[in-house]
Design a binder for this molecule. Structure first.
Ligand code: YH5
Length: 277
């Protein structure tokens, strides 16, 4: 069991569930597209999330929503690097870079990012070597297929077991390339090549993923499954998302990746204070 992440000197203790605030710097992101594209607005939103109790800020410049087109390396660098640079000096909490490209990982960590969040689980050419060299914590996520087509017809026999096997195999490969075991975080990848019922099965199987001993990150905030359960569009999914985050924390998730930091932090505090031990 890992008790702490060392994000380039900024420590995140894992003695209680931690909150990762989402900062999209993509012009086409489904949930809050373009809202924070302006650099000042992005920095102010990150500062507000820190103030609201976020433990990590996750900066992403590559939209990975279903159907999204890939962005070029140049576009991604142009979007995220100025924001990372500004955030590294203005925040006290670590900044995570949401990318699959080794060049972006290198540039982001050089500018002060302290964690890598890779929805491709370091499978791109050169990514695992970059992560090993950079020696910061890395979240490796499960995805079946690729963003453009992953929701077309995802198939599993046992989604929980298959996702867990994939993540443990990737963790092993990362360790063989020199990524420290204590720097590995696992993520089942809700919505990434999963139907509604597969997402539900995967969520219910979280305890088995937690039992691997690796910290588990859960990203479910405002996603389609919350919409399918509540019947709400993205902007109305806050309460449902908070409910899911609190339940995931109760099932042992170490980090919750969320849009609504203040509401999630308050809900986690209340549950922690009132829950019987
Ligand atoms: C994740 O789960 N997800 S980007 C569609 C939405 C709302 C939100 C329809 N990056 C994850 O957040 N990284 C993303 O409304 C992630 N885990 C990790 N580690 C997709 C997203 C979203 C998509």
């Amino acid at each position: 069991m890992i008790s702490e992440l060392n994000c380039a000197g900024r420590k995140v203790k894992l003695d209680q569930p931690r909150v990762m605030g989402i900062l999209n710097v993509t012009p086409d992101s489904f949930s809050d597209g373009g809202l924070w594209l302006d650099e000042d607005a992005a920095v102010n939103h990150a500062l507000a999330m820190q103030e609201a109790g976020a433990d990590i800020i996750d900066v992403g410049g590559e939209s990975t929503r279903p159907g999204a087109q890939a962005v070029t390396l140049e576009q991604e660098l142009e979007r995220v690097i100025p924001v990372i640079q500004a955030l590294a000096s203005k925040l006290s909490i670590p900044v995570s870079i949401d990318t699959s490209k080794p060049e972006v990982m290198n540039a982001a960590v050089a500018e002060g990012a302290g964690m890598i969040n890779d929805v491709c689980a370091l499978r791109q050419e050169g990514a695992v070597q970059a992560a090993a060299e950079l020696a910061v914590p890395v979240c490796i996520m499960h995805m079946q297929g690729v963003p453009r087509s992953m929701q077309v017809n995802p198939v599993y026999k046992d989604v929980g077991a298959e996702v867990r096997r994939f993540l443990l195999e990737r963790a092993e490969a990362c360790e063989q390339y020199g990524v420290a075991q204590e720097n590995i975080v696992l993520d089942p990848g809700f919505g990434f090549g999963k139907t509604f019922s597969q997402n539900i099965d995967l969520f219910r199987d979280l305890p088995a993923l937690v039992a691997t001993g690796y910290p588990v990150l859960v990203g479910i905030s405002r996603k389609a499954m919350i919409g399918q359960i509540t019947g709400r569009e993205t902007t109305g999914r806050m309460s449902g998302s908070v409910g899911a985050a609190v339940l995931a924390a109760g099932m042992g998730a170490a980090i919750l990746r969320v849009h609504d930091v203040e509401e999630t932090v308050d809900a986690l505090k209340v549950v922690s204070a009132l829950a019987p031990d």
